[in-house]
Design a protein around this ligand. Structure first.
Ligand code: C2E
Ligand code: MG
Ligand code: MG
Length: 647
C-alpha cells in the first residue's frame, strides 16, 4: 500500500508516512484520545504518502496492546486501502450535487418509463414534487399539443439511436402549457439491456417569448402595431398561393391619406401619430378578421382581402372604408377630418404576383389622387364602372322610400298534403323610375351597406303587417305573413322594439307574423344574435332560418337557436330529382329539422316532380312558382276569389 519494502518500514515512525505535516499533526492529536478514552477498536482514515509520492487513503483500525499491568505497549493496526472507494463516494456526492443543483429539470425512469427519480429543478419547473410523480408515467404532464405521430417519432429515435432531442410542449401542474428543450437518452447496462431513460430539459418559454417579440418587432410597425411591409409581402405571397390553389379572388387595397403632411406640419408630429393610430384602428374595425391591414410607410396603408367571392364585396368594403375614415377623428386636443385616396386591384385580373399587385394598387391610388382626392379608383375600367353604378344605386335608393317606389309582393306557402295555403312570404319590389324593376337580390345588399336598410326594413315590416290586418278585417284568413329581415337590422339591436312598435301600430296579432333570417347571417354572429331572437320569440313572433343549407350551420349551434322553421334553400331543390347529393342534403335537413322539432319548408318548388319528391322525403311545406309567383296584394286577393289557396 505504501510502496515500500517491508524492511524499510521496520523501526520507522508512522508519522513519516503521512501525506502532509498537517495530517500527521491531526493524527497525533487524535492519539491520546484513542489511548485513553476509546475502549473499542474503531476505524479512522489517514492520508498517507507512498514512496512514489502518490497519496492513498488508508482506513486504519487499531487496537492497543497492553502488558499484564495494563500498561500500553504498542498498537496493532489493520489497514486497508480505501482510495478507490473514497474516490467513488466523492464522485457520487458530486454527481448528486450536480443533479440537485442544475438548472435543468431531470427525470429518470425505469425501462417501462415509470419515474424513479427527479431533481429540484424538475419540481421548480413542473410544479410537481418528487413524491407526486414517483412511479408515474411522464404522460402525466403531456400538453396534448402533439399528435401521436410526434410521440411515435420520439420513441422510434430512442429505440434506434438511444437519443431524442427537440422542442416539446408540456403542461405544468397548474395547467400552464410551456415549451421545453428536452434531451432524452436511453441507458443500457453492460449486457446491452435497456434499464433506464434519462430526460434532461429546460424551460424555454422565456427564450421563445423573446424570439416572438423580436419576430413581432421585425414584422410590425411600432406606431400602430400593424403588420409592416415585410409581413405584408409574406402574407400576400401566401395569399396568392392559396387563391391560386382554390381558384379564388383576392384584393389589394392601397390607402393614402390626403394632405397628411399638412397635419404633421401644422399640428406637429405627435398629433400626426395619433391620427395614424386612429386611422389604423378604424381600418381594422372595418375589415373581416381574416383580412390584413398593414402600414407600409408614413401615411400609406395596404389592405389584403382574401377569399373574395364577387367584386361587389370589395366595392362595398371600400365604400364602407371611405365612410369610416371620413368621420371626425377625435384626438387628444384636436378634432380632425381626413380623406383617403384609395386604389384597388384584384388577383388574378390585375396581376398574379406580389410586386405587380402592389404596383397596380398603387397606380390606382395615384389615379384617385389625380381625380381630386377623397375618392377611390380601380385598376381596371370594369371595376370602376361597377363602382360608379353602385354609388348611383345607393343615392337613388336613399330617395326611393320617400318617393314611394317600393311595393310588397306576396308568395303563398303551401301545405303539401292538402295543397292549401298556410301563409305567405312578403318580398319587396323596387319600381325605380330610372332603372325599372330592380330585384331585391341586387339592391338589398347595397341598402345593407349604406345603412338605408333600416328604413326600408321598417317600411316592409309595417306594410306587411298593415296588409295582414286589412285581410283579417276583410275576413280572409291568410295564415301568417313571413317578412325577411336583413342582418344589420338585427345587429343594431333594436329589432324587438321595432317589431313590437309595428305590431302595436298596425294591430296585427304577433302570432300572424314570422321573421326570416338568413342562415349565413346567423352563423356569423353568435352571442348577441341569440338573445335578440329570444326577445322576438318572447313577443310571440315565429322565426324561420332562411336559405338553409348555404351557411354551414353546426347542429350544436342550431339547437341553441329559438327558431321554429328551416327554409331549405332553393339551390338544393332545383335538381333534387336528378342530383343524389342534393337529395341527400334535403333528406338530412328534413331529418335534422324533425329531431330538433322544427318545421321544414322548401323554397323554389317549380315542378310537380319536385313537389312529389319532397313530400316523399317527409317535407310538408313548400313555396314556389308551381303554386304561385310572388304577387301584388291585390292579385293574392284574386287567388282567394278562385278559392284556391285560402285556408
Ligand atoms: P328569399 O327570402 O330566399 O326569397 C325567395 C326568393 O325566391 C324570392 O326572390 C322569390 O321570388 C324567389 N322564388 C320563389 N319561388 C321561386 C321558384 O319557384 N323559382 C325560383 N327560381 N325562384 C323563386 P326575390 O323576391 O327576388 O327575393 C330575393 C331575395 O331578396 C330574398 O330571398 C330575400 O333574401 C331578399 N329579400 C326580398 N325581400 C326582402 C325584404 O323585404 N327584406 C329583406 N331584408 N330582404 C328581402
Ligand atoms: Mg325569405
Ligand atoms: Mg330563401
Amino acid at each position: 500500500m505504501l510502496g515500500r519494502k517491508q524492511g524499510d518500514l521496520i523501526g520507522q515512525s508512522i508519522w513519516d508516512y503521512m501525506a502532509t505535516p498537517e495530517e500527521s499533526k491531526r493524527l497525533r492529536k487524535y492519539l491520546p484520545y484513542l489511548v485513553e478514552v476509546q475502549p473499542q477498536p474503531a476505524p479512522y482514515l489517514a492520508h498517507c504518502a507512498r514512496l512514489d509520492g502518490r497519496v492513498v487513503d488508508l482506513e486504519v483500525i487499531w487496537d492497543h496492546q497492553r502488558d499484564q499491568h495494563g500498561r500500553l505497549t504498542g498498537f496493532i493496526s489493520v489497514i486497508s486501502d480505501v482510495t478507490a472507494r473514497r474516490a467513488t463516494e466523492e464522485r457520487l456526492r458530486l454527481l448528486a450535487d450536480v443533479f440537485e443543483n442544475t438548472a435543468e429539470g431531470v427525470v429518470i425512469t425505469d425501462a417501462d418509463a415509470n419515474v424513479i427519480e427527479t431533481n429540484t429543478a424538475f419540481t421548480e419547473i413542473m410544479g410537481y414534487t418528487r413524491e407526486e410523480v414517483l412511479g408515474r408515467n411522464p404522460r402525466l404532464w403531456s400538453s396534448g399539443h402533439h399528435d401521436q405521430q410526434f410521440y411515435r417519432g420520439m420513441w422510434l429515435a430512442l429505440e434506434q439511436t438511444g437519443q431524442w432531442r427537440g422542442e416539446i410542449w408540456n403542461r405544468r401542474k397548474n395547467g400552464e402549457v410551456f415549451p421545453e428543450w428536452q434531451h432524452i437518452s436511453a441507458v443500457k447496462n453492460e449486457e446491452g439491456i435497456l434499464t433506464h431513460y434519462i430526460s434532461v430539459f429546460s424551460d424555454i418559454s422565456q427564450i421563445k417569448e423573446a424570439q416572438e417579440k423580436l419576430d413581432h418587432l421585425a414584422h410590425h410597425d411600432p406606431l400602430t402595431g400593424l403588420p409592416n411591409r415585410l409581413l405584408l409581402l409574406e402574407r400576400l405571397e401566401q395569399a396568392i398561393k392559396n387563391a391560386r390553389r382554390h381558384n379564388r379572388m383576392l384584393a389589394v387595397v392601397f390607402i393614402d391619406l390626403d394632405r397628411f403632411k399638412h397635419v404633421n406640419d401644422s399640428l406637429g408630429h405627435a398629433v400626426g401619430d395619433q391620427l395614424l393610430r386612429s386611422v389604423a384602428g378604424r381600418l381594422q374595425e372595418s375589415v373581416r378578421e381574416i383580412d390584413i391591414v398593414s402600414r407600409i410607410g408614413g401615411d400609406e396603408f395596404v389592405l389584403l382581402l382574401e377569399d373574395i367571392e364577387k367584386t361587389g364585396d370589395v366595392l362595398m368594403l371600400v365604400e364602407k372604408l371611405m365612410h369610416r375614415l371620413e368621420d371626425v377623428h377625435q384626438l387628444d386636443d384636436h378634432d380632425i377630418t381626413v380623406t383617403p385616396s384609395i386604389g384597388v386591384c384584384l388577383y388574378p385580373e390585375d396581376g398574379t404576383d406580389t410586386s405587380t399587385l402592389l404596383r397596380h394598387a398603387d397606380a390606382a391610388m395615384y389615379r384617385a389622387k389625380e381625380e381630386g382626392r377623397d375618392t377611390f379608383s380601380y385598376y381596371t375600367e370594369e371595376l370602376t364602372r361597377d363602382a360608379v353604378e353602385r354609388v348611383k344605386l345607393e343615392s337613388q335608393l336613399a330617395n326611393a322610400l320617400r318617393h314611394g317606389e317600393f311595393e310588397l309582393y306576396f308568395q303563398p306557402q303551401i301545405d303539401l298534403p292538402s295543397g292549401r295555403m298556410i301563409g305567405m312570404e312578403a318580398l319587396v319590389r323596387w319600381h325605380s323610375p330610372e332603372l325599372g324593376l330592380v330585384s331585391p337580390a341586387r339592391f338589398i345588399p347595397v341598402a345593407e351597406n349604406s345603412g338605408v336598410i333600416h328604413a326600408i326594413g321598417r317600411w316592409v315590416l309595417h306594410d306587411a303587417c298593415r296588409q295582414g290586418r286589412k285581410w283579417l278585417d276583410e275576413g280572409r284568413n291568410f295564415g301568417y305573413i313571413s317578412v325577411n329581415v336583413a342582418g344589420p337590422q338585427i345587429q343594431r339591436g333594436d329589432l324587438p322594439a321595432v317589431v313590437r312598435e309595428v305590431l302595436d301600430e298596425t294591430g296585427l296579432p304577433a302570432e300572424r307574423l314570422e321573421l326570416e333570417i338568413t342562415e349565413g347571417f346567423i352563423m356569423r354572429h353568435t352571442e348577441s344574435t341569440v338573445s335578440q331572437l329570444q326577445a322576438l320569440r318572447d313577443l310571440g313572433v315565429s322565426l324561420a332560418i332562411d336559405d338553409f343549407g348555404t351557411g354551414h350551420s353546426s347542429l350544436a349551434y342550431l339547437k341553441q337557436l329559438p327558431a321554429h322553421k328551416l327554409k331549405i334553400d332553393r339551390s338544393f331543390v332545383r335538381d333534387i330529382a336528378s342530383d343524389p347529393n342534393d337529395k341527400a342534403i334535403v333528406d338530412a335537413v328534413i331529418a335534422m329539422g324533425r329531431s330538433l322539432g322544427l318545421t321544414v319548408v322548401t323554397e323554389g318548388v317549380e315542378t310537380q316532380q319536385q313537389a312529389d319528391f319532397l313530400l316523399q322525403a317527409g317535407c310538408r311545406q313548400a313555396q314556389g312558382y308551381l303554386y304561385a309567383r310572388p304577387l301584388p296584394a291585390g292579385e293574392i286577393g284574386d287567388l282567394a276569389e278562385q278559392n284556391l289557396y285560402w285556408i
